[in-house]
Design a protein. Structure first.
Length: 97
């Protein structure tokens, strides 16, 4: 049952990313990361924390690309790569627990 649910969620994420763009996937990851950072399920805390985490990651990534690496590379590509790795880490870690 868990595998079917995981496959369904993966398919829905793939479709939403294909239709809207990679920002939806990043939003899911930012919300998940914020939930682990604040360790609560209260929406009054979680929603602002997710917005803050997402903004900090995007601004920090853009700063690293422009200032430190002097690169004009596409930030969404790198964010999606590391976001995919983080997503796999979260899924595999949850399976073991």
């Amino acid at each position: 049952m868990v595998r079917i649910a995981l496959a369904l969620v993966a398919a829905m994420i793939a479709v939403s990313t294909a239709l809207v763009g990679p920002i939806t996937f990043f939003g899911l990851l930012a919300a998940s990361l914020a939930r682990h950072l604040v360790d609560t399920h209260r929406h009054a805390v979680l929603i602002p924390a997710a917005a803050l985490v997402g903004a900090v990651i995007l601004v920090a990534g853009q700063f690293v690309f422009e200032r430190l690496l002097s690169s004009q590379s596409a930030l969404p590509v790198v964010v999606e790569f590391f976001g995919g790795l983080l997503f796999l880490f979260l899924v595999l870690r949850r399976r073991r627990a």
